[in-house]
Ligand binder design. Structure first.
Ligand code: BG6
Length: 491
């Protein structure tokens, strides 16, 4: 497939992301024959390193991933080159351009160039403008920019970053990564909804009582205290991953599966999310910070004792919120989201709770009838479950919940590429459907900025307010209890 003939320039090639995700993904594409011999990878970073040492790093990173190395690994590695780089030095861009030309000759690549920003965001703007001014983006093939989060820390900073990169790249050349959009079951939301006659007719406020999206992590901030203490759970998870899942769950059926149609429906959802005033935030959003506790039998420290975290930090490591979508389909249906670190387990799932039937013939007591649930398991299990009511054996007139499970990754895990592999391949092929458009980024920040404004004005007094290893603070349960609901436990 000659659409994959390209050079990939990775800024931040000695970093964590490149090593943990990008090199193994590129290798996996190569191993599967999706990337043939017509490609090159240029690793760019500050550190002094020769090609030999760089290739060794790449080999090690693949070995440390789950992907098995096969005989062709040396040929694969010969496509990798390294340049030690000062992002503020024009000359280095000119040298990079020369190297790109050489490798394009050597590997017969028609000038297609992918620039992957896998490093500290403060230099994204500088890099983009030099890539253009020094002619690195000025070639015959396509130019694409892949850009990692954080995309700004609020709307104004995101706007500035966007203006900077737009000087050198058009919107349709920019691929903003949200790795949740590469997850198999996040991509499946659309299929579950739009390919199944038993769901889509019910997918609205007549039949759905509420939706709950939980993304819990058992890890703490690990070695990212410096970044995280400035960011917090709302910026780190809600602005991007959680709101993306909301928009996929709530969007109208697109008129076709093209990038433009899907994006435009997602954008409409983000526009329809009811905005709060700063004074209203506390009614809809709550926050938490983890205390010490015990996870999987291991004692773990409080957030405020983590490395590079301010011992008096007010940063939230947990957020729960209630969203309303103001349109005909969703008016009156709360969408609850929650995410946090150091919770009971690592798990992302969506629970769709259906309304009760108009009349309950089997009513005996409060808990005799279970609402119907559709559960979309995003990770670590991938699949769906449906909770129905069946007859309780030998007891006339009583029901019992029956669960139907479909497990996606139990079938053939080896065929299920990781999120990064899928997204990288999409970007190489020029498919930006599973990347975030600027309008999505802007609308998400706008929503989240109001919450931060409220929280800044109104400092917390009860942090830490949840023990590590629990499902978060009590206020998160109260949020649903007020509406007569509760978070569905891990079913
Ligand atoms: C990242 C956040 O975007 O997503 C991390 O910065 C978080 O803090 C991670 O741990 C979660 O991703 P996943 O794929 O492990 O659910």
């Amino acid at each position: 497939d000659n659409r994959t003939y390209c050079s990939i320039v990775i800024f931040g090639a000695t970093g964590d992301l490149a090593n943990r995700k990008l090199f193994p993904s590129i290798y996996s594409l190569y191993k599967k024959g999706k990337l043939n011999e017509n490609f090159s990878v240029i690793g760019v970073a500050r550190r002094e390193l020769d090609n030999e040492a760089f290739r060794n790093n790449v080999r090690t990173s693949i070995q440390e991933s789950k992907i098995e190395l096969v005989d062709n690994v040396e040929t694969f590695l010969s496509h990798f080159h390294y340049v030690s780089f000062d992002v503020t030095d024009k000359q280095h861009y000119q040298d990079l351009n020369m190297l790109l030309h050489d490798l394009e000759g050597q590997f017969n690549i028609p000038g297609n160039r992918m620039f992957y920003m896998a490093m500290a965001p403060e230099f994204f703007g500088t890099i983009a403008s030099y890539l253009k001014s020094e002619g690195v983006t000025n070639d015959q093939g396509w130019n694409r920019l892949i850009i990692e989060k954080p995309f700004g820390h609020d709307l104004p900073s995101a706007q500035k970053l966007n203006n900077d990169i737009r000087e050198a790249f058009q919107e349709d050349e920019i691929y903003r990564i949200d790795h949740y959009l590469g997850k198999a079951m996040v991509q499946n939301i659309e299929v579950i909804r739009f390919a199944n006659a038993i769901f889509e007719p019910l997918w609205n406020n007549r039949y759905i009582s509420n939706i709950q999206i939980t993304s819990s992590e058992s890890l703490g901030v690990e070695d990212r205290g410096g970044y995280y203490d400035q960011a917090g759970a709302l910026r780190d998870m809600v602005q991007n991953h959680m709101l993306q899942m909301v928009s996929l769950l709530a969007m109208e059926p697109p008129i076709s599966l093209t990038t433009e149609e899907i994006r435009s429906e997602k954008i409409k959802v983000l526009r329809a999310i009811k905005r709060m005033t700063v004074d209203e935030v506390d009614q809809y959003f709550v926050r938490g910070q983890y205390d010490e506790g015990n996870i999987y039998g291991k004692d773990v420290p409080a957030y405020r004792s983590e490395n590079k975290v301010d011992p008096q930090s007010n940063t939230e490591t947990f957020v729960a919120g209630k969203l309303s979508i103001n349109n005909f389909r969703w008016a009156g249906v709360p969408i609850y989201i929650r995410t946090g670190k150091r919770m009971t387990e690592k798990s992302t799932k969506v629970v769709i709770q259906f309304k009760e039937l108009p009349m309950n013939l089997y009513y005996k007591s409060e808990d005799n009838m279970h609402p119907n649930l559709l559960i979309i398991h995003i990770q670590p299990d991938e699949g769906i479950s449906i909770v129905l009511n069946g007859k309780k054996l030998n007891i006339p007139g009583e029901t019992t919940p029956v669960k139907l499970d479909y497990c996606n990754n139990c079938l053939d895990e080896s065929n299920n590429p990781e999120a990064y592999e899928k997204l990288l391949y999409d970007a190489i092929l020029g498919d930006s459907t599973n990347f975030t458009h600027w309008d999505e980024v802007a609308l998400s920040w706008q929503f989240v900025d109001t919450i931060y404004k409220a929280w800044e004005n109104n400092k917390v007094s009860d942090f830490p307010n949840y023990r590590s290893g629990t499902m978060g603070p009590k206020v998160a349960d109260d949020l649903l209890a007020e509406d007569g609901f509760h978070w569905w436990p891990i079913l």
